[in-house]
Design a protein around this ligand. Structure first.
Ligand code: ZN
Length: 431
């Protein structure tokens, strides 16, 4: 057992954000137009990915920042209306390792194989991935003998990528780095940027970098969850400070064309991260039917107009109320409840709904880099998934609902023993 003095000396792992302040956004971060018009506030919450190293109630105070999103009616970009400085968000402890998800690994492999075939990639080609993480995607090109370059700002994942043989530069991507690479004689046949554009504070600098680094006949492939799915399926928990922007195809088209890149293809993956779009751009490429139809559908649905988003806040309140009610009913019946998935979206869900360690006993997560820490705000201890079998909670709130199929399959033993999962969105449901 730990001595009391050990508990007392437990501190937050990252005091860096203590002095950081949120700044109200005064102009659209894409087109530079007027400040985005807010349509959903989730109150004030701590930084969602900032896991705490401390123990229990002794982990110290966390700084809270306002979390609100709005629409730029000029270019259709949904974005946060308060900014945090980048250093408050990313650091060397940034915990996400993509290879921990089986479905993402399969999606990535299929994407790599398709690009290799379709673009005729060879040992003379170059594939660059921005935010290449631990090399989860580039390894498939590398193993096929195609030169790759990963760009990854965080040390842990960058080192893990190099161990796989994936050449990686530990840096943030932008125009300056792109120009440096071009000066070294590097131009990319394919640039991939998956689930990163939402994290970029200076969008135009980022896209200018993509445009500078891609060959004249190369392509840029960008994936990101889609704002239409977010709104339609009440995926409000995917909103957090680290996600500055929430993209529609209309917003991507406006952003890319500003830098001379033409959107020519759109593909939808309804199961991935709650609904993901893959946008493909080239210089002077002719738009295909997929792009033309998607833009028309979004325009018709009104994704570029405030009215489309006006009722979203009410929908979100309804989900939150119903979840609080369900959990409180179960508690009053004497049920024990845990959670699964210590991801950022879980932090938003819990902290914006006001659910914490008084209701939930722990959160299980497969990622051993997260185990032993606490989720921010809600202060749930993160443990290995076998706790579901050893501690047998009656219910498990599935915070990582985007992986529900995979997690429910992995936790079959728990379910067969009578355990039940609660899926929070689009409406709280016991399965
Ligand atoms: Zn704008």
């Amino acid at each position: 057992m730990r001595a009391r003095s050990d508990l007392d000396s437990a501190v937050l792992s990252a005091p860096a954000e203590r002095s950081a302040t949120a700044v109200a956004v005064t102009a659209c971060r894409s087109c530079g137009g007027p400040a985005p018009k807010p349509f959903l506030s989730l109150g004030s919450t701590p930084v969602a990915n900032r896991l705490l190293a401390g123990l229990g109630a002794d982990a110290g105070e966390e700084q809270q920042f306002p979390l609100e999103i709005g629409l730029c009616e000029a270019c259709a970009l949904v974005q946060v209306t308060y900014d945090l400085p980048r250093e408050a968000i990313f650091d060397d402890d940034y915990p996400y390792f993509s290879s921990f998800s089986d479905s993402l690994r399969a999606h990535s492999q299929a994407h790599a194989e398709r690009l290799i075939a379709e673009r005729g990639l060879t040992s003379e080609s170059l594939v660059v991935e921005v935010a290449s993480n631990d090399g989860y995607l580039l390894r498939f090109f590398h193993e096929a003998g195609i030169p790759v370059l990963g760009i990854e700002p965080t040390a842990g994942p960058a080192a893990a990528a190099r161990e796989k043989g994936v050449e990686t530069r530990q840096e943030f991507f932008g125009l300056a780095l792109a120009e440096q690479l071009v000066a070294q004689g590097l131009r990319a046949d394919v640039i991939i940027a998956n689930n990163v554009m939402a994290h970029v504070p200076d969008l135009n600098d980022f896209v200018a970098g993509l445009a500078a680094l891609v060959k004249d006949d190369g392509i840029v492939s960008v994936e990101n969850p889609n704002i239409w799915d977010l709104v339609e399926h009440n995926e409000f928990d995917t909103i957090y400070h680290e996600h500055y922007c929430y993209f529609s195809t209309l917003a991507v088209d406006a952003l890319m064309s500003r830098h001379g890149l033409t959107l020519f293809d759109v593909e939808r993956f309804p199961e991935l991260h709650g609904g993901t779009l893959r946008w493909r751009m080239g210089r002077g490429a002719a738009p295909q039917t997929s792009a033309i139809e998607r833009l028309a559908a979004e325009r018709e649905a009104g994704l570029d107009r405030f009215a489309f988003y006006a009722d979203f806040a009410r929908e979100v309140r309804a989900v939150q109320d119903s979840l609080r009610e369900l959990l409180s009913d179960l508690k009053s019946q004497g049920a024990s409840i845990a959670a699964y998935g210590a991801a950022a979206k879980g932090a938003t869900l819990l902290n914006s709904t006001g659910v914490d360690n008084r209701t939930l006993d722990f959160v299980a997560d497969r990622n051993d880099h997260k185990q032993g820490k606490l989720m921010p705000g809600a202060r749930l201890p993160i443990v290995a998934p076998d706790a579901l079998l050893t501690q047998r909670p009656d219910y498990v709130l599935l915070l990582a609902w985007n992986m529900s199929r995979e997690i429910l399959a992995q936790q079959d033993d728990y379910r067969r023993a009578g355990g039940k999962f609660i899926v929070p969105v689009p409406r709280p449901q016991v399965v």
